[in-house]
Design a binder for this molecule. Sequence first.
Ligand SMILES: Cc1cc2nc3c(=O)[nH]c(=O)nc-3n(C[C@H](O)[C@H](O)[C@H](O)COP(=O)(O)OP(=O)(O)OC[C@H]3O[C@@H](n4cnc5c(N)ncnc54)[C@H](O)[C@@H]3O)c2cc1C
Length: 632
Amino acid sequence: MKLPRIYEGLDREGIYLEGLRRARATVNDMVDHNHRHFAIMTERYQIANASPLGLNFLMFRKAIELQGTPEQQKYWLPLIDGAKVNGAYAQTEVGHGTFVRGIETTATFNHDTDEFILHSPSLTSTKIWPGGLGLSCSHAIVVARLKIGKPPVDHGIHMFLVQVRSMEDFRPVDGVELGDQGMKMSYNGTCNGYAKFDNLRIPRNSLLSAHAQVTKDGSFIQGKIDKTRLLKKTYSIMLHHRGLIPRCVSFALAQSVTITARYSVAILEFKSQHYRILALISQAYAILFASKRFDIQYEALQQDESGDGASARLPFIHALASGLKAWSSTVACAGVEEARQMCGGHGYVALSGLPEILSAVSASLTFEGENYVLWQQLGKYLLGQLQAFTTGIPIAPEMGGFLTGIEQYLRDEKFDAEFKDARRDELLDASKLLSIFLHRSRRLLVTAYRQFERNVQQLHPAQAWNRVMMPIISAGRAFIEYLVLQYYKDYIDAISTAEPSLLPVLTRLYSLFALTTVINPNSQFTSASFTEDGTLSLSQIHDMGEQIDELLTDLLPDVISLTDAWDFTDASLCSALGCRDGNVYERLMSWTRQIPINSAVKESNGVLSSMWDGPYGMEGILKRDIEKGARL
Ligand SMILES: Cc1cc2nc3c(=O)[nH]c(=O)nc-3n(C[C@H](O)[C@H](O)[C@H](O)COP(=O)(O)OP(=O)(O)OC[C@H]3O[C@@H](n4cnc5c(N)ncnc54)[C@H](O)[C@@H]3O)c2cc1C
């Protein structure tokens, strides 16, 4: 029962060096054995940007793959794959995160020297947050405004591949100030950092030039690639990274429920524990199945070379990636926190592994598109599709099934929904459950659409949008929950022939996921949004509660198999509470005794000498002169 090394060094430098040690081990493994296992997730199943060498294979490589010329790719990709360079992706600035169009860093072409001058013109233009940039990166993709001519003409935002440290001694090159951001909620094994450029000269071929080039004479040439392919390539980087998040957060949630299930074996009979663990397990599976479906659609888009097909698909996939990312990270983050609470005080201690998983997953609410901004991107798409539908403009093929039938909602007709008078036992039927989610999603979309249409007659569109933002976000969330349930159902349908033995448990889990989304003790909005129009009755909600109870009883014997099925190793969980052998208390106390501060105390007869007689030690407090006459 040896204490994992990550708990040994608790100073900033120690934690970073531990992160680097682990990163080196995984990268060496990839290079030596020619695989890509850790290119997306670390050995602890965190998104690879948690590692100081992670963004090299993730964002740095992808940017060159999609935005570099064949020559640039030929030169750089082998260096990346062989870990001969370590790259970061530097887009965010102190003053500009979500608002990418506001980026201030400039790359001005200098005709005389055939170079760009990379410069941070203000405090707010300082690059901040790039993973690995603080201490570990030799290179970075820097997103900057391209300027050419006298007076300079702004050609918009472009990507530049920039060397930021010497390959000899790893010092920052002249003209770049680099630094670490210090301790964060999590991600402390890497060095998210800042970079300030002071007229740094970089060669003309630093511009990633697949789609736009600057010639020696300073001409700006847009690539000949057609508009759809250009859009596809530009969006692909974002879609790729955004699309990875559901998969990664499903693992984070699954890790937490695995730890909590193993910790809870003796207390699973408590209904609240029983309810919470199984609801969370069902969510982890729902996110995983949805992410698999997204991967298939993303891959199909990549393979689709036809102009029309790809251009029709792209907006849907973009909206899907935004919504799935926002939904899955929100659900996973709340779920990991719930799992932590379920372990009581032990879940709060670092040795449980849960605080690290929680704080890491909470970063995914913010990066790759802040969630509330992403909900709006989805909302914009949905409102646009509904408007197209109502005015007879062709809609995306993926939206056909959803929008066909929405006329009833637009006409305010009474609903004869197929679930309207569904009896108690019918409320477990997969198709009926799906139709409940479809109804709610269509209804909320029409509500938001109407409110927007009303407001936009009196206000500027941006003001109207702002006023209706919350209903739009609710409509987006309901749409994603409907899709996730649809994907879950498709997955079960597919598995019914491939793995029929899994069908009963996965079907129950599906129903539990759906019903606990409707009846969510933690969210009044959720239940209300299913019932407020009266189509689903209160007595049906009561029946759902009873069905949940029965599902919980049926699923109880499967809790451990459902979490073991993720097959996490003890080493990847790093949890005193969650090892496979279930030896919780013995391991917790064994690891606690091995924490360096406790070892030091033990070696000096049970007292940490610096705390007793050091400059601010306890001795000075307890043995201070007591004022005459004072009472203790
Ligand atoms: C762990 C971590 C790693 C990161 N790694 C990288 C990296 O490798 N490279 C990189 O370039 N960046 C990285 N980032 C930065 C990240 O991409 C940004 O933090 C993110 O884009 C959000 O931008 P911001 O921090 O400026 O927040 P803001 O966008 O300013 O958000 C602040 C608040 O304003 C709200 N808001 C903003 N715009 C709108 C709007 N239009 N409508 C409604 N509300 C709005 C948001 O909802 C939020 O509540 C990382 C961040 C984290 C936390």
